[in-house]
Write a protein that binds this ligand. Structure first.
Ligand code: SF4
Length: 353
């Protein structure tokens, strides 16, 4: 059997899978934390012999992505990374700097789950690329691990909001999320790992059955089926009524509030009637609404101005007893914002190094 990528596994999985090699849980933890935190294979010392490491290296290898480019936004510090897999397939990840009111600083990494995307959301540059392939667990893990090694602040969260529909690459995404949350992996709290979906109903039901602690965000964008269909073809496969039923079951099973993302498009889904329809769709389901300005480099869709945005937020607050949060989607100048990842490189200042 060819060697397998070390960073595709949790320590428990490594210890079970390679028990015949003498892989104990402490040894598996050591291998994984060296690989993910420092990008190296450990050297022999008093706890692990060089001979054993040589034997293990015939079965497991340390995979790395090539960094094809990196751009840092001079305006808000968002950084976009263009990675290339060993087969040449390219995909992007984004480092999001977060500064709390207290002055504490941390980073969140937005990772891709697929190269390209088959979902075809009208407002999204990745959707226009089409689908190339699913990413393997190690390719998802490596994005955050490699960025973490050079991040100026500690990485405390991972969001699956890069290229691709995470719930169409379910097993790899869940496996990568397990490695992210493992204490010897990136030690990120499961609650700080967010899966984002356009609304793949069977996968939401699977998530509910399996009971993972990861957060879920569902992109709704309109509660009126015809309008939603015009922007998000997923409505044809999984109508929003079925989505609503799956989210009710998700809430009943997990007790968690469901976050609904709403990509705001001026003159399209930011009116009083849109707010009313959303309130009717939500009913008694506990939700949070995340409002995100559309980012469409083609200029076909434009974000609302302040007056339109504030009026929509007020309408939501009138019709819906739910928290409404405006999400800042940064890195627009380097095409790193939500909906802009398309593996092309606009002219922008390069980071040093
Ligand atoms: S918004 Fe997400 S699901 Fe829709 S096309 Fe873009 S990457 Fe795919």
């Amino acid at each position: 059997m060819p060697p397998e990528p070390l960073t595709a596994f949790t320590p428990q999985q490594l210890a079970e899978r390679y028990a015949s090699l003498g892989m104990t849980l402490p040894l598996a933890r050591k291998l994984l934390s060296c690989a993910l935190r420092h990008g190296v294979w450990p050297t022999g010392d008093t706890t692990v012999s060089a001979r054993w490491l040589t034997r293990v290296s015939r079965e497991l290898y340390l995979p790395e992505l090539s960094l094809a480019d990196r751009q840092v936004s001079p305006s808000d510090g968002f950084a976009k990374y263009l990675f290339a897999a060993p087969d040449g397939v390219r995909f992007e990840a984004v480092l999001i700097p977060v500064v709390h009111r207290t002055g504490d600083r941390k980073s969140i990494v937005c990772v891709s789950s697929q190269a390209g995307c088959a979902m075809g959301c009208a407002f999204c540059a990745t959707g226009r690329l089409g689908f190339t392939r699913d990413l393997a667990p190690w390719e998802i893990v490596a994005q955050a691990a490699q960025i973490r090694r050079e991040a100026p602040d500690p990485v405390r969260g991972v969001v699956f909001m890069g290229m691709g529909e995470p719930l169409l690459n379910y097993e790899s995404v869940i496996q990568a999320a397990r490695v992210f949350s493992d204490p010897s992996g990136l030690a990120i709290s499961a609650k700080a790992i967010t899966l984002s979906t356009a609304g793949i109903v069977p996968a939401i039901r699977r998530l509910t059955r399996e009971g993972h602690a990861f957060r879920l965000i569902v992109s709704l964008t309109s509660a009126e089926p015809a309008k939603r269909r015009a922007l998000m073809p997923v409505e044809n496969a999984y109508p929003s009524n079925d989505l609503r039923a799956a989210l009710t079951d998700y809430h009943t099973a997990t007790g968690r509030r469901v976050t609904l993302a709403w990509t705001m498009i001026s003159g399209f889904n930011t009116g009083e009637e849109d707010a009313r329809q959303l309130a009717a769709w939500v009913g008694d389901l506990p939700v949070q609404i995340d409002l995100i300005d559309v980012n469409d480099a083609t200029g076909r869709f434009i974000p609302p101005g302040d007056a339109e945005r504030n009026a929509f937020r007020d309408a939501l607050r009138t019709h819906l007893a739910a928290p409404v949060i405006r999400r800042y989607s940064g890195g627009k100048d380097i095409h790193a914002a939500c909906g802009m990842l398309a593996t092309h490189l606009p002219a922008a200042p390069r980071a040093n190094g």
